[in-house]
Design a protein around this ligand. Structure first.
Ligand code: NAI
Ligand code: MG
Length: 333
């Protein structure tokens, strides 16, 4: 039995985690969850946002799956998500998006993965005022050779492992010649060692237009931190919203899989939450652990459930979280 750290999070985190645990149990997935929580509820009880036992569990198991976490506002905390990415050097933010049956959108054949650099760029948070009057401020964008090369390699490895023939690099090197220019140059270098995989280069503003007019032509996208943040929410919107958007933060040693949405305080505790984002993230986790048969079985059950028209309220259906979960379990092979 492989042990995985389960971080339920806050708000709807409890409901969607319960759904995940039940489905894994019914599908006989050889994983034992070790539950360790972090976030606003834990802070209320213990005065600590992330307990030491959580770090220990993640460092021992190397794999975690995480629900949404509320960062208490005005208490001087930075986002837990950003913190964990930094602490464990989880440099790849992987966000796959695809059309699902029964979820009506403008497009039918979207199936793409965004690889967002997760540790540098403008996200390093180095900002300052330039004068005492605070009428001018600057922010630093840091791009390194090492940081760029490893995220670009992640994207190319994914393309290679999935038999895909193109990777699209997104940049603004025409304006940012040193930072984005270096990222682009490294993408060109890396692409040379992947025979049969073409590198497509697109400037970020053009990419936005392409994504809303012709998203079906992209399969693998690699980009810097901020562009990746924005593009991945844009693409999530194209396939049905944050309720169906999975994600993962992956480093060389540790990986944390997560639902992309927040803790949804407006519906928490009402048995209305859509567990799909967390479930789809868990499928990526199973593939990462080479438990592909289990991933496939659960995936087929999810697709069948959606095809039958069973879905939660956010997707225009009327199933509760527990009804939706039960139906998926019934549809397991
Ligand atoms: P949110 O994603 O929690 O909610 C936005 C809207 O989407 C709400 O109407 C909510 O009901 C709906 N929604 C989100 N996920 C859903 C799901 N699985 N099923 C059905 N409906 C869903 O974003 P919001 O309101 O901006 O943030 C709420 C809290 O979550 C904040 O404290 C924020 O800091 C935290 N947050 C945490 C994240 C994380 O841990 N990864 C990411 C984003 C926000
Ligand atoms: Mg974001």
């Amino acid at each position: 039995m492989k042990k995985v750290t389960l971080i339920p999070g806050d708000g709807i985190g409890y409901e969607i985690s319960e759904s995940l645990v039940e489905i894994f149990k019914a599908a006989k997935v050889p994983i034992e969850f070790e539950t360790e929580n972090a976030g606003a509820d834990v802070y209320e009880k213990t005065g600590e946002l992330i307990p030491n036992s959580l770090y220990k569990s993640v460092e021992k198991n190397k794999i975690a799956i995480k629900g949404p976490i509320t960062t208490p506002i005005g208490k001087g905390f930075r986002s837990i998500n950003v913190y964990l990415r930094k602490k464990y050097d989880l440099y790849t933010n992987f966000r796959p998006s695809r059309n699902l049956p029964g979820i009506k959108t403008r497009y039918e054949n979207i199936n793409l993965a965004i690889f967002r650099e997760n540790t540098e760029g403008i996200y390093i948070g180095e900002e300052k005022y330039e004068n005492d009057e605070k009428t001018s401020a600057i922010a630093i964008k840091r791009i390194t050779r090492k940081g760029s090369e490893r995220i670009i390699r992640s994207a190319f490895e994914y393309a290679k492992n999935n038999g895909l023939s193109k990777v699209t690099v997104v940049h603004k090197a025409n304006i940012l010649k040193f930072t984005d220019g270096m990222f682009l140059e490294i993408a060109r270098e890396v692409s040379k060692s992947y025979e049969g995989i073409e590198l497509e280069e697109l400037i970020v503003d053009n990419m936005c237009m392409q994504l809303v007019t012709n998203p079906e032509r992209f399969r693998v996208i690699v980009t810097m931190n901020l562009y990746g943040d924005i593009l991945s929410d844009l693409v999530a919107g194209l396939v049905g919203g944050l309720g169906v958007a999975p994600g993962a933060n992956i480093g060389d040693d540790i990986a944390i899989f997560e639902a992309v949405h927040g803790s949804a305080p407006d519906i928490a505790g009402e048995n209305k939450a859509n567990p799909l984002a967390l479930l789809l993230s868990s499928l990526e986790m199973l593939k990462y652990l080479k438990l592909n048969d289990f991933a496939e079985n659960i995936e087929n059950a999810i697709l069948k459930t959606l095809e039958e028209g069973c879905k939660t309220k956010d997707l225009g259906g009327n199933a509760t979280t527990t009804e939706f979960t039960k139906k998926i379990i019934e549809n397991l092979g």
